[in-house]
Design a protein around this ligand. Sequence first.
Ligand code: ADP
Length: 421
Amino acid sequence: MNIVLGAIADDFTGATDLAGTWVKEGVKTVQTVGVPDAGTGIGDAEAVVVALKSRTAPVGEAVDRSLEALQWLREAGARQIVFKYCSTFDSTEKGNIGPVADALADALGAEFALVCPAFPTNGRTIYRGYLHVGDMLLAESPMKDHPLTPMRDSSLVRLMAAQSQGRVGLVPLQVVSAGVEAIRSRISALKADGVRYGVIDAVADADLRVIGEAAADHGLVTGGSGIGMGLPENFRKSGLLSAGSGPALPETAGREVVLAGSCSAATRAQIAAVDDIWPARKLDPDGLAAGPGEVGDAIAWALDQPADAPVLVYASAGPEEVSAVQARYGVERAGRMIESAFERIAAALAENGFSRIVVAGGETAGAVVSALGATALRIGPEIAPGVPWTETVGGRPLALALKSGNFGRETFFADAFGMLP
Ligand code: ADP
């Protein structure tokens, strides 16, 4: 194990976002599901992104998990740590961004860390320390009404100061525009003033690259996935990182299956595009409620299909059918029942030669990943924006594509398998 870059992400899709950024920069990147065990293999990874679920967890828990992740990353050799949070700075008055940043900075002995959630490609820009979402200030954007982390202030300086122990200062855009040396001397001045966190303006990817270069000797950098962009180049210059290679597809051979639990319009259209071409079976929620027979039948059916085409097992249904099922069993029980069916189906099929698995649905994917015991995923090329092929490392080799419900065009399932050798 000899990684150079380590990251701690406060949720799973955020982790994938940063991992994808590094893969695009030519860095071999693995994403782990939670804090890895001592024995978790990461293959030849140069960067590891630990995906936590700490965004809205109790503060103490978020801090503890983040410190565990940090310890693992340092033992694996990471020379620079990124604390990755959402580009809309999703947090409450108490945290968890501030307290986690404090704990990581203390543990690393970092006197100073940048705060930069900017993600210009997605319209998240920072000017004069104020975070914008498209044409709106953060606190005027729909984020003001978020159910868990409503953002009612747009000033990152104030937000960070309210959550963290350290003093917070600003590196304004004119300094960023003046280049690497200007940024470094502004940071030195802030440090001399006892400032621990520097919110830094960025309105374009070019700004993020300059900022990344200026942060070459920072032990801790905090921000969105964009802040990751400029960091690998520093390690290339110092010879610690390979020249960079395109992401490799999974090499896992075996039978192919789609497990679809998302009821989104996109997923239903993707199902409709293949369900009369490939063997397809819809799970019956009433059958699932009645006992284990429905799952057993679905597994036996899948194993019985010709091995030369992908197999599709889905629960996805239109809004009326979903409401009826939810009325009969309750929203939570219906969801859980179907997710646990996919857990058992995935485990059984993976035991029996199915090793290329596409999962549609965020919750469904979470359930399937844990049922398969996947703890680390090497990130490969994208099938659609935001959805890469991944390959499990350590343990049983599986090719996994985990698609959030609404992602991908109609031909996504065939596109995915079509990419594999
Ligand atoms: P998405 O990414 O589209 O939100 P998820 O997998 O996160 O997809 O969520 C879909 C939820 O709907 C899951 O809990 C799944 O078990 C549930 N579900 C799937 N099919 C049905 C159905 N026919 N009736 C009721 N709930 C369903």
